[in-house]
Design a protein around this ligand. Structure first.
Ligand SMILES: *Cc1c(COP(=O)(O)O)cnc(C)c1O
Length: 396
């Protein structure tokens, strides 16, 4: 029984989707309309940090929806105060603006940097970003992104995002001029193929931006909220950026994102920033429940531990099949293959029977793994065993 084609066609075609409809999820597992189960190592693109349908989300939504859903961002509400207080307490940032998506949080970061440039740097507005970076799908965040070909899509671009090379300090220095107000990067490029910025590079960017009176912006939409085994990935490098954006994991699956800034750069004036749903108590109540779970004693240590377990398993697979190794931090990892098998393996994994496996291939020679942060060692071992079979079949 296939899903009704007319029904599928009522949705705008934005990507090639398999002809199945997911109806239920629990932890690391998804179930489709025919009752087939899938082990999910995508998790809504590193979004469902506690897996599918954790009780924390259902409880928070039920409780808060009976109290207050949306008084408007023109008034205070308690869950947004509670979540902002937690984020401030756990970071070097002083002020939080809640948004609905990572792209929207990044738009806010870009606006805030430009505003700061108007106030303190004589109108400097350029923000140096990086080749192969990804910051979202609005016009400005697409312009900030370094995805090949994106500079010609929906032209003309938003001006002012010169591109440097990751982990190449000279390529950054060479782009700086009077108009440069900030440098913006992902601590680990996610969509670019799980490429970490080195600790030395992050520290050098912090020094450089201080020296040249520029801001350092970290896009932690994918790396934040425990994904790499610490709450925020930049903390591994011991640096304190001026601005950070969060998305994905912060809502555990519901639309929530955040723009975090230090007091000295929180320079929006009334009317500069806002949005109908921003900071609504329904989503921020979920954010509080997620935050408290991620920061409970031992949780992040568990992420780090299972990250190593996944890393060891992927290294063993790579050695067995003569691949090029694995890389990543915590539970954001990639297997680098010796050939462009990625899309075929993703397809075969999904079609695997009786149970399927959901994987992602951001580049043809790469598989990316972003399981729930509470994925079990057994589930990791199951995924590795199935992947081994799939590789064997593909290479036979
Ligand atoms: C996913 C992602 C975004 C965009 O977030 P949306 O919620 O899809 O708008 C921005 N930056 C990074 C690093 C991401 O991984």
């Amino acid at each position: 029984m296939n899903p009704d084609r007319a029904g599928l066609d009522a949705l705008m075609e934005i990507t090639s989707r398999p002809e199945l409809v997911f109806v239920r999820g629990e932890g690391s597992w998804l179930e489709d309309h025919q009752g087939k189960r899938y082990l999910d190592f995508i998790q809504g693109w590193a979004v469902n940090c506690l897996g599918h349908n954790p009780p924390q989300i259902a409880d928070a939504l039920v409780r808060q929806s009976k109290l207050l859903v949306n008084p408007s961002p023109a008034f205070y509400n308690q869950p947004s105060i509670d979540l902002a207080t937690r984020l401030v307490g756990a970071s070097c940032f002083d002020r939080i603006f809640f948004a609905n998506s990572g792209a929207e949080a990044n738009e806010g970061a870009i606006k805030l940097a430009r505003k700061w440039g108007q106030l303190h740097r004589n109108g400097a507005y350029k923000i140096i970003t990086f080749d192969h970076s990804f910051h979202g799908r609005t016009l400005a965040t697409m312009s900030a992104s370094g995805k090949p070909g994106w500079d010609r899509k929906f032209a003309p671009q938003v001006d002012g995002f010169p591109k440097a090379r990751l982990n190449d300090l000279d390529s950054v220095r060479n782009l700086i001029d009077e108009q440069t107000v900030a440098i913006m990067l992902e601590p680990v490029q996610g969509e670019g193929g799980v490429v970490p910025a080195s600790t030395e590079f992050l520290q050098a960017l912090r020094d450089l931006t201080r020296e040249r009176e520029m801001l350092l912006i970290v896009d932690e939409v994918q790396t934040g909220m425990g994904r790499t085994g610490v709450l925020f990935a930049h903390q591994r490098a011991g640096i304190e950026p001026d601005i950070m954006t969060l998305g994905k994991g912060i809502g555990g699956g519901v639309p929530l994102a955040a723009l975090c800034a230090r007091e000295a750069v929180s320079c929006f004036e009334h009317g500069d920033q806002g949005g109908t749903y921003n900071g609504n108590p329904l989503m921020t109540a979920v954010g509080v429940a997620i935050f408290d779970t991620l920061t409970a004693p031992g949780f992040l240590e568990g992420v780090e531990e299972r990250g190593w377990h996944l890393s060891e398993g992927l290294t063993a697979l790579s050695e067995k099949w003569g691949m090029l190794g694995e890389r990543g931090l915590g539970l954001l990892r990639a297997l680098v293959m010796d050939r462009d098998d990625g899309p075929a393996l993703v397809e075969a994994a999904q079609q695997r029977a009786p149970e399927g496996l959901l994987l992602n291939s951001p580049r043809p020679n790469l598989l990316r793994f972003m399981p729930a942060l509470n994925v079990s060692k057994d589930e990791i071992d199951t995924m590795l065993a199935w992947l081994d079979e799939l590789i064997a079949r593909a290479r036979r």
